[in-house]
Design a protein around this ligand. Structure first.
Ligand SMILES: [Zn+2]
Length: 139
């Protein structure tokens, strides 16, 4: 009778144990703890809970806007920022200029929102125009 042996070693140290495996951040590739909902380095959401939790989704949304503002990769991102925050700036300007009808609280809210939205539009556009180009392919 032929002796049947497995062709692979029983104790292979080359293969990492599954309990050692750590999820990588899809945004910056840093390994994170299994229980983490957000990346410890860049703050990107790692789990579906991070995008749906009552407070956690605010951080997930903030990460998206931060990524879009700091590293806009394509023109459609810049267009989206112009659309979202351009509308916000127009609304804020309307609140400021119609303060006689709406009162001082909405005027103060508009006065806060107007520079914030204009700064986000300016930063995104500046970072898009100054982004490093890896190749000559049009986007
Ligand atoms: Zn990360």
């Amino acid at each position: 009778m032929e002796d049947v042996k497995p062709r692979w070693p029983e104790n292979n140290d080359q293969v990492p144990d599954e309990s050692d495996a750590k999820p990588l951040c899809l945004s910056c590739l840093v390994p994170n703890e299994l229980s983490a909902h957000f990346c410890a380095k860049c703050g990107a959401p790692l789990t579906s809970y991070a995008a749906t939790g009552p407070f956690e989704h605010l951080f997930a949304e903030g990460h998206v806007y931060r990524q879009a503002t700091e590293r806009p990769r394509s023109f459609i991102v810049v267009f989206g920022i112009w659309l979202i925050f351009g509308t916000m700036a127009l609304t804020a300007a309307a609140l400021v200029f119609m303060s006689r009808e709406n009162g001082v609280v909405s005027a103060a809210f508009g006065a806060f929102l107007l520079p914030v939205s204009l700064i986000i539009i300016w930063k995104t556009t500046r970072n898009y125009l100054a982004r490093p180009r890896m190749d000559n392919t049009p986007d």
